[in-house]
Design a protein around this ligand. Structure first.
Ligand SMILES: [Fe+2]
Length: 326
């Protein structure tokens, strides 16, 4: 081989090596821009068992390639006893790599949680059963739906009204829409949904059901259930016509990136497989014209249709079709 050709071949090989993605970077479906708001969503985590630790390991791997700065917790943060050593076993040890990396956690109270968790510093609740916090152009409203009294509702309305944030994201334990054994919490929905619509909420997260479910938009709002952080109710998602995409055969968590008017999400299972991904464009839900193009979200293939009906196939990035990945 002439030297010039050999040099060209070597340069080509080196160039390929440099441009090939590192294995850890493969499969990330989020843009991962430098100044975006990046966070993870986990729910129903506090078992201290091997499944919680396995999901925590995937959370760490996700953080390696997508450096989210905080995690929102959907409740049931500690099952069973809540002695100091339980906080170690069911929270501090599984998430130690993230805590060491200064990732912050913001908890909400589930039905299994002692309200005194609000004083546990790493949960960042500031001693409150319900609270709000802001990250970039996003304000989060963390509710205690175990006891949604009029005082809390009035507080929420005041906070929503006062917020000038582009994105307003409430989260709490019991889902307003669900296809699982607990079902939709209609009493809560009757109180909360009118406020969400009035004050332009686009996205809501909840837990409680031990699976992942993305609900078809309801009154323009995207509802996510992420309660698969440790426990699992295998095959629990029933066809109630609500499911855009469900995943109920393994544990999972969700990573989210908000960049301007776009919210990108990706749900990853206990073994590192992507089970859902998509983009939601911020829009006005309170009767004003939509600010941006309609949201598009696509389930990640391969999956097969569940009781919900047709699923999109692998590589199909268009639209929202009902389906349950099993
Ligand atoms: Fe629960």
């Amino acid at each position: 081989m002439p030297p010039a050709v050999r040099r060209f071949s070597l340069a080509l090989v080196l160039g390929l090596l440099v441009s090939l993605p590192r294995p850890i970077a493969q499969g990330l479906a989020l843009p991962n821009k430098p100044d975006s708001v990046k966070f993870a969503v986990i729910g129903d985590t506090g078992t201290g068992d091997k499944f919680q630790y396995a999901v925590a390991e995937q959370l760490k791997l996700a953080h390696d390639r997508f450096p989210y700065t905080f995690v929102i917790m959907m409740g049931d943060n500690l099952y069973g006893s809540e002695r100091p050593q339980d906080f170690v076993k069911k929270f501090e040890l599984p998430y130690k790599p993230l805590l060491d990396a200064k990732v912050e956690f913001y908890a909400t109270l589930g039905n299994h949680d002692d309200p005194n968790q609000r004083y546990y510093k790493p949960f960042n609740m500031g001693g409150k059963r319900y609270y709000s916090f802001k990250k970039g152009n996003v304000r989060f409203f963390v509710l205690d739906t175990n006891y949604l009294d009029p005082e809390q509702t009035a507080w929420l309305e005041g906070e929503l009204k006062a917020s000038g944030s582009d994105w307003k994201i409430p989260y709490f334990h019991q889902p307003l829409y669900s296809s699982g054994m607990h079902g939709s919490q209609v009493d809560l929905r009757n109180v909360l949904e009118p406020l969400f619509v009035k004050y332009n909420v686009n996205v809501v997260f909840a837990g409680h059901e031990h699976f992942y479910e993305r609900i078809k938009p309801q009154k323009g709002i995207y509802y996510f259930t992420q309660g698969g952080g440790a426990k699992l109710r295998d095959g629990d998602i029933a066809d109630r016509g609500l499911t855009a995409l469900g995943f109920d055969t393994d544990r999972s968590f969700t990573i989210v990136e908000i960049d301007g008017k776009e919210m990108y999400f990706q749900t990853i299972d206990r073994l590192g497989k992507t089970v859902d991904k998509g983009t939601i464009a911020r829009q006005d839900t309170n009767g004003a014209p939509a600010a941006t193009a309609p949201a598009a979200a696509a389930p990640a293939g391969p999956g097969r249709s569940g009781r919900g009906g047709g699923n999109t196939g692998p590589g199909d990035q268009q639209g929202v079709l009902p389906g349950t990945v099993r």
